[in-house]
Design a protein around this ligand. Structure first.
Ligand code: DQA
Length: 148
């Protein structure tokens, strides 16, 4: 499967950013771990991170052009207010799993709502970086069921 892992704003600062909330792994550490899983399972993959909403939308649109089978996205703070990212996911209609490192439903009130989730196949939140691997496994299950 062709799987893209997309990360939104401030996730480039993982490792030093609020380690009590987000852990001490850097984004490179996390991506290495995800990469191990992707290689072991024979997937084609790409990692992308941007702090800019437009760049994230461009990447989601590129995924359509590139025939990507599934997307795992952590939209970070855009989760809570980017209708544009919601629309981009809907527009490309690629199975997408939303992932959050922290348990967004047990934090501040503004984090409880995701405007992206309704455009996604599902949401994984609160399992730290393991959530990305769980997201890929969810896509594997989803895409294999599509072919039943
Ligand atoms: C986050 C949760 C968001 O509320 C926050 O804005 C982030 C990270 C997470 O992975 O837990 O930047 O998406």
């Amino acid at each position: 499967m062709k799987i893209w892992i997309i990360n939104g704003p401030n996730l480039n600062l993982l490792g030093t950013r609020e380690p009590d909330v987000y852990g001490t792994e850097t984004l490179d550490d996390i991506n290495r771990r995800i990469q191990d899983y992707l290689i072991k399972n024979g997937h084609i993959y790409e990692f992308f991170q941007s702090n800019s909403e437009g760049m994230l939308i461009d990447k989601i649109q590129d995924a359509y052009e590139e025939n990507v089978s599934g997307i795992v996205i952590n939209p970070a703070a855009y989760t809570h207010y980017s209708y544009a990212i919601h629309d981009a996911i809907k527009a490309v209609s690629i199975p997408t799993v939303e992932v959050h490192l922290s348990a967004i439903h047990s934090r501040e009130a503004f984090r409880k709502e995701s405007v992206i989730a309704p455009a996604c196949a599902g949401q994984i939140s609160g399992f730290g970086s393991t959530g990305y691997v769980l997201g890929i496994q969810a896509l594997e299950t989803l895409l294999s069921e599509e072919h039943l």
